[in-house]
Design a protein around this ligand. Structure first.
Ligand code: ACO
Length: 421
């Protein structure tokens, strides 16, 4: 088999090497394309463009495979805690007992934020979307922790990672408590990382809060399933912002903004809003199926389709099962679940969806669980961000360690040619 690709242009032939990953994915190395041919590639949405080499996450959209550092998400969801998976993504291996204990202790010790951050939070209106607030507070962390990180210093990097892993759940839960008018609280050191997320979000000052194991397990799975997804929109944002050598917190803050959009992480909120709207409109799922297929109608079936998964989303399979478990254990009979099931059934047998390989994605079901757990709709994408944090850190770290050049795509200019004033 050839190890290069030839391109003919203007009676000349140019040769470009093939590169191959450990899972036999092949790509054409076009680093010298412009200098040798004067041409650039045109690939809106980067549907065919590899932006980096990465050893963090392997994803095969055709076969529905997702692995972190070689481990399948099915195994990780079954046997690991979110904090172990975070360690795996960031440091490359699952932690030993001692490493896990140290990691947890370090996070516990850093689980505080400067009290002055509360003044920033206070200045937001109560109606502010939690994702906007979270992005701003994450950015503000830089001002309160200004020391620059030496990427070559393991101690510096570890400190920055611990700081973010420890402080991010506090900021996330405060965005929720602000909306609810609850006093701002801190972690309870006797609880695990995931238990603390639930505790910090939902604990009311006058009541004990003991989340059930079902709730903790469901959050654990959801966070693991969202922990990384190779070069998606928010992760590419984190890497590209970091490629200018902006710091980790600034890069993650930008990633939060990218995640917010309804075509990415915001889809979990959009799914529930869509299901509620269909219910209010009489529950006619067929009407909405027709709207989704109508090219003159901007309506899309939220929670369906994926840029990479073209057979099924493996995360959706796991989360669908978890949703069934949570709803039956909590004895919840949610009418919008019936609408979700009807839409899913119709879409899976409809030629429009079959031909375009549109299947339910992870966010079709995650919102149903969050809703069952009593998490407000506008907090869903914040939950996603909590899960994605270790992935963003791991990808940022890899990008900096590989000394990747600053991200700077080209364009085909289509504006006015030179004109005189
Ligand atoms: N409803 C109806 N039609 C759809 C949908 C949908 N949800 N998704 C894609 N299509 C159609 C498009 O109109 C297009 O049709 P055409 O070929 O006739 O023009 C075709 O399917 C291909 O769609 P693209 O938008 O080109 O696919 P792309 O890979 O760019 O987009 C995306 C993927 C953004 C996820 C899209 O499927 C979508 O908008 N889905 C709904 C939003 C959603 O659920 N996002 C969450 C993704 S998962 C995550 O981020 C964690």
């Amino acid at each position: 088999m050839s190890d290069s690709v030839k391109l003919s242009y203007n009676d000349q032939t140019f040769e470009f090497p093939l590169i191959e990953g450990t899972e036999n994915e092949k790509g054409i190395d076009i680093k010298s394309l412009r200098s040798s041919t004067g041409l650039i590639t045109y690939d809106p949405g980067f549907k065919n463009t590899g932006s980096c080499k990465s050893g963090v996450t392997f994803l095969n959209g055709e076969d529905g495979i997702l692995r972190y550092r070689g481990y399948s998400i099915e195994d990780l969801c079954e046997k690991s805690s979110f904090i172990e998976v975070a360690f795996l993504l960031i440091f490359g291996e699952l932690p030993t007992k001692e490493e896990l204990k140290l990691f947890n202790n370090e996070i516990e010790n850093d689980s505080l934020v400067d009290e002055d951050l509360k003044m920033i939070l206070k200045s937001f209106p109560k109606s502010a979307h939690p994702m906007g607030v979270l992005s701003s507070l994450t950015s503000a962390l830089i001002a309160f922790n200004p020391s620059s990180v030496d990427i070559d210093s393991e101690a510096d990097m570890r400190e920055a990672i611990i700081m973010l892993m420890a402080k991010f759940p506090i900021l996330a839960s405060w965005t929720h408590r602000k909306v609810k008018g609850l006093p701002l609280n801190y972690a309870n050191t006797s609880l695990s990382y995931v238990e603390n997320i639930a505790h910090m979000m939902f604990k009311r000052p006058h009541q004990d809060y003991n989340p059930s194991q079902v709730v903790v397990n469901a959050i654990n799975k959801l966070l693991i399933l969202h922990a990384d997804h190779e070069q998606n929109c928010s992760t590419s944002t984190v890497r590209i912002v970091g490629s200018s050598q902006a710091g980790l917190f600034a890069s993650v803050s930008a990633g939060i903004s990218a995640l917010w959009g309804p075509l990415h992480g915001g889809a979990n909120q959009a799914v529930i809003e869509m299901l509620v709207a269909i219910q209010k409109d009489g529950g006619d799922t067929k009407k909405y199926m027709e709207k989704a297929k109508d090219k003159n109608d901007p309506f899309r079936l939220m929670g369906f389709g994926h840029r990479v998964y073209k057979n099924f989303d493996p995360r959706a399979r796991i989360i669908k099962k978890a949703a069934d478990e949570v709803l039956s254990e909590m004895g919840i009979n949610d009418p919008i679940l019936e609408i979700a099931k009807a839409l899913e059934k119709e879409a899976l047998s409809d030629s429009y969806f079959i031909d375009r390989k549109l299947y339910p994605n992870v966010d079709f079901y995650s919102g149903i669980i969050y809703r069952a757990l009593g998490i407000p709709t506008e907090m869903f994408t914040v939950m996603f961000a909590l899960g994605r944090l270790p992935g963003w850190i791991a990808q940022w770290l890899e990008m900096r360690k590989n000394n990747e050049p600053i991200g700077r795509p080209r364009q085909i200019y289509t504006g006015n040619t030179h004109r005189s004033l």
